[in-house]
Every structure is written in structure tokens, then in C-alpha cells.
Design a protein around this ligand. Structure first.
Ligand code: NAD
Length: 249
């Protein structure tokens, strides 16, 4: 029997990059994938490819996130896995000297408040089941001063880590595991668009990766599938780093 056989798995940001690779991986391990994205074309294509279902949701919209998880449980009877992964990275260096409050609030809303909404509205269903696995996407930049100058992005991911630990501890005895994933630089549209505009930035980043290359989305998807599965049954409130050695250097 496949490791995620018949598990109902919600993936936000499933239309691209890490979310898309994870949708493929989850499906290949037997899961029923609910692909969530703001972008309907990308989300629908992902759902179709993996034989799953697409739901258009802006994860920064509280009502929509609540309706998402309630709807999944209505249609599928349960929700086993929530991969809270959708996120944005501002296109320009958002040094604290240049970042206005609007940009700050937008990044915090999409990257952090969304995770709060997803956890808030999936946990009651998981409590009722007595089981569930939540994986929140943070970033290696939350673990060290990465000199990205991305103040809002870095802060948004640090908050995801703290929230994850807190929830992991709070619900540890009720069968719900909550872990955070910290990818290093991964070759996805999000990062490649940033680097295309500023190739020097790409070169600067590579210098700090002991493995000397960017990661592939599939290398993150493998870690997410592990955390989602019963192979990780004693892992909660943890920070799982997949970064080619950056934070260990
Ligand atoms: P990506 O841009 O390739 O994919 C992100 C997806 O999320 C897109 O399909 C987009 O439409 C969707 N999305 C954006 N805002 C949304 C919203 N409000 N509601 C619903 N969907 C929304 O990005 P990626 O590189 O795969 O990043 C995925 C996650 O991994 C993000 O949280 C990102 O911060 C994090 N991350 C990425 C890297 C990297 O190097 N690529 C490194 C560390 C962490």
C-alpha cells in the first residue's frame, strides 16, 4: 500500500513551483489532492494532471479559507494533510529603508496571516478525526541573516516558524502534527523571476550554498511527503531544513 493511500491532502499554491511538485508527489504516493491556488489556470492544470480537485482560494481571505476546509470535509469526509505553502516574494529588494507599510502588510498577510487562517480552520476538523498533519512553508531566511534585504519576507517566514512550534506543542497530544519546512533557494518561478531581473543576486546567493546549486522543487516535495506521512509519526513542532547546507555552513 502506498504511503499516502487515500489521504485527503490540501495544498495551497499548488499551481506552481514547490506546491505543484508536491501535488505530483502526493498523488504518486496515493493521496487525493485538493489543489488550491489564486491562479485558476495554473491550479486547474495542476489538479487535472494529478487527478485531483481544484479550488480557487485567496489564502489571505479568511472566509474563503474557512469555506475551503469545510467544503473539503463535506465532499471527502475528512482532511488528513494541509500543506500551507502559498506565498509571495516581493519583486524588488524590500530594504527596511524602502519598504512602505502597504508592501509590509501585503507580504505578512499572504505569507503569515494565511497560515494562521489555514491552521485555524483545518485544526477543528483534525481534532474531530483525532489525526492530521500540517506542514507550513517557511524559508531558510528565517533561520539566519541571509542578507537578502527582504525585510517583510524574512519577518513573515520567522512568524510562520514560531506559530508552527506553538501549534505543534499545543496539539501534540491530540494526534495533530505541525511542522515547518525551510527550503533553501529552489529553482521555481518565484525565485527565477527575481534572479532574472538581477543575475548578480543569483551569483551572490549561490556562493552561500555548500552544494553549489539551487534545489529542485522535487527535492522539497520529497521532504513534504515524508512529513505528511506516518514515517514522521514522532516529528512535530519541528523545523525541517532542506537547503543544500546553507544554514549548516
Ligand atoms: P511560486 O511562485 O512558484 O508558486 C506559488 C504559488 O502560490 C503560485 O501558483 C501562486 O499563484 C500561488 N499564490 C500566491 N499567492 C496566493 C494567494 N494569496 N492565495 C492562493 N495562492 C496564491 O513559488 P514557490 O517558489 O513554489 O514558493 C512556494 C512557497 O515556498 C512560498 O511560501 C515561498 O515563500 C516558499 N519558499 C520558496 C523558496 C524558493 O527558493 N523558491 C525558498 C524558500 C521558501
Amino acid at each position: 500500500q502506498a504511503r499516502l493511500q487515500d489521504r485527503v491532502a490540501v495544498i495551497t499554491g499548488a499551481g506552481s513551483g514547490i506546491g505543484l511538485a508536491t501535488a505530483r508527489r502526493f498523488a504518486s504516493e496515493g493521496a487525493k489532492v485538493v489543489a488550491v491556488d489564486l491562479n485558476p489556470d495554473a491550479g486547474k492544470a495542476a489538479a487535472k494532471e494529478v487527478g485531483g480537485e481544484f479550488v480557487a482560494v485567496d489564502v489571505a481571505d479568511e472566509e474563503a479559507v474557512k469555506a475551503l476546509f469545510d467544503g473539503v470535509v463535506e465532499r471527502h469526509g475528512r482532511v488528513d494533510i494541509a500543506f500551507n505553502n502559498a506565498g509571495i516574494s516581493p519583486p524588488d529588494d524590500d530594504s527596511i529603508l524602502d519598504t512602505g507599510i502597504e508592501a509590509w502588510e501585503r507580504v505578512l498577510k499572504v505569507n503569515t496571516t494565511s497560515v494562521y487562517y489555514c491552521c485555524k480552520y483545518v485544526i477543528p476538523h483534525m481534532l474531530a478525526q483525532g489525526k492530521g498533519s500540517i506542514i507550513n512553508t517557511a524559508s531558510f531566511v528565517a533561520l539566519l541573516g541571509a542578507a537578502t534585504s527582504q525585510i517583510a519576507y524574512t519577518a513573515s517566514k520567522g512568524a510562520v516558524l514560531s506559530m508552527t512550534r506553538e501549534l505543534g506543542v499545543q496539539f501534540a497530544r491530540q494526534g495533530i502534527r505541525v511542522n515547518a519546512l525551510c527550503p533553501g533557494p529552489i529553482a521555481t518561478p518565484l525565485l527565477m523571476e527575481l534572479f532574472a531581473k538581477d543575475p548578480e543576486r543569483a551569483a551572490r546567493r549561490l556562493v552561500h550554498v555548500p552544494m553549489g546549486r539551487f534545489g529542485n522543487p522535487e527535492e522539497i516535495a520529497g521532504a513534504v511527503a515524508f512529513l505528511a506521512s506516518d514515517d514522521a509519526s514522532f516529528i512535530t513542532a519541528s523545523t525541517f531544513v532542506v537547503d543544500g547546507g546553507i544554514t549548516g555552513a
